[in-house]
Design a protein around this ligand. Structure first.
Ligand code: ZN
Ligand code: ZN
Length: 426
């Protein structure tokens, strides 16, 4: 690079043209905005300058961020500039690639961006049935009900894979893809692996054909990278082999149904055995009331899209709630529920925020669980939803989650935060 390179970075030259060609080739197009490696949020402007150094402009240009659907750029006047807008909330936070693509392979720009959007709360039911197994009616009816009557943000049908034939499975997927509308209603195609040993839901699976025995199944779903959930575990002592720890299983399973004091026992047992899982409040309905029963899953995601929701669930950014619209936030030392904090801390700085749009739904009690035992609790006098506590833990590794009980008895369980404590305080 010489020192007279204009500020708009000649990315086609830098990144896309083979090294041997760099001397001869003039850049085909320049990225005007955004600035490579910058941090972005919300709706961003992508601007491209074409016809650089006498090169003919491409006929069409598309931009895609983080593998999202391509957005066409349009000419902005006769200046050789093209532009479009991309909603960054539809993709997961973190490092993402912005790609600008034309009909000519040389006219392609790839730059890294960091996406950082605030997390919002969405409400889901991720376990329900139709007549394709032992439930009622049809997938299209269930999706319509979940969206328009239950008014869910996220929905998944999970008929027993043992009862679903290949025609039904194709139908289930087709209905799910059609029902999904990013920004309005996210649908994840799912199946329930149903054995006497225990039931496990899988989401966005490429196939309905999976191994029969648990350890092979764990290995297969871990290898396929699907999202998975322990269903109705009881107290955890009998179901799923007593929740015996499996390394392959821990890679595969992100969620467990926790909807009662009994299932709370299973959750604590699983965490104690080493599982890294988040609580889920799906209902497992077999009646025509999809997403409209008595428990839900709250999901913390930057926006409402299949990609963002799947990533949020894989990151365990979720909680179980017996209240339909209660928003729970839980952080330890800045780590969001579901995170494994990479650096050791001296004190577990816990922050909880509960927001319920219904004025009557006050908080009766907060309980902080450390390694399965309540170590701090608080009964707010006015039922307020904010709680902050500094917990001095013994040195070593710990996991924390919060349980919130509302005045009407509804309970919520957050995903845990895992961390290591080093003590240097006196
Ligand atoms: Zn089941
Ligand atoms: Zn079920």
């Amino acid at each position: 690079m010489n020192h007279h390179t204009p500020p708009a970075i000649t990315l086609a030259l830098l990144l896309c043209v083979p090294a041997a060609a760099q001397k001869k080739e003039a850049p085909a197009m320049e990225l005007v905005s955004p600035v490579p490696s910058s941090v972005q949020q919300g709706v961003i402007e992508v601007r491209i300058r074409t016809g650089v150094e006498g090169k003919a402009a491409p006929a069409s240009i598309y931009a895609s961020l983080g593998g999202s659907a391509g957005v066409p750029l349009t000419r902005t006047g006769d200046t050789g500039e093209w532009g479009c807008q991309i909603d960054t909330t539809r993709i997961p936070n973190g490092g993402q690639q912005l790609r600008v693509i034309t009909e000519n392979k040389r006219f392609m720009v790839t730059v890294p961006l960091t996406v950082k959007n605030p997390l919002r709360h969405y409400f889901a039911d991720l376990h329900s049935h139709t007549s394709f197994s032992d439930g009622t009616l049809l997938p299209e009816v269930a999706h319509d009900y979940a969206r328009n009557v239950a008014k869910l943000d996220v929905f998944s049908l999970t008929d027993h894979l043992e009862s679903v034939d290949s025609v039904e499975w194709n139908r289930m997927r087709e209905v799910a893809w059609k029902a999904n509308e990013d920004g309005a209603f996210v649908v994840l195609p799912g199946l329930e692996w149903t054995k006497r040993w225990g039931h496990i839901n899988i989401y966005d699976p490429g196939t309905r054909l999976w191994p029969q025995d648990p350890e092979s199944f764990y290995a297969a779903i871990a290898g396929a990278g699907v999202l998975a959930k322990f269903n109705h575990p009881g107290d955890g002592s009998k179901s799923h082999g007593g929740l015996a720890y499996s390394e392959a299983g821990d890679k595969a399973i992100q969620l467990m149904e926790v909807r009662s004091d009994q299932e709370e026992k299973a959750f604590i047992r699983a965490l104690g055995l080493g599982w890294h899982i988040a609580p889920d409040g799906s209902d497992d309905t077999h009646s025509p009331n999809w997403g409209n029963v008595k428990s839900w899953t709250g999901i913390l995601a930057p926006g409402l899209s299949q990609q963002a929701i799947l990533a949020a669930l894989k990151a365990r950014h979720c909680y179980s709630t017996l209240d339909r619209n209660c928003r729970l936030s839980f952080e330890v030392c800045g780590a969001v529920m579901g995170d494994i904090l990479g650096k050791p801390v001296e004190v577990a700085e816990v922050r909880v925020a509960v927001e319920d749009p219904d004025a009557g739904d006050k908080v009766a009690k907060f309980e902080l669980f450390e390694d399965g035992v309540v170590v701090e609790s608080h009964e707010p006098a006015g039922g307020g939803g904010q709680w902050a506590v500094s917990h001095k833990a013994a040195p070593g590794s710990h996991h924390y989650f919060v349980k919130v009980t509302q005045a009407d008895g509804d309970m919520l369980w957050s995903a845990p935060v895992w961390l290591a404590v080093v003590v240097s305080w006196k």
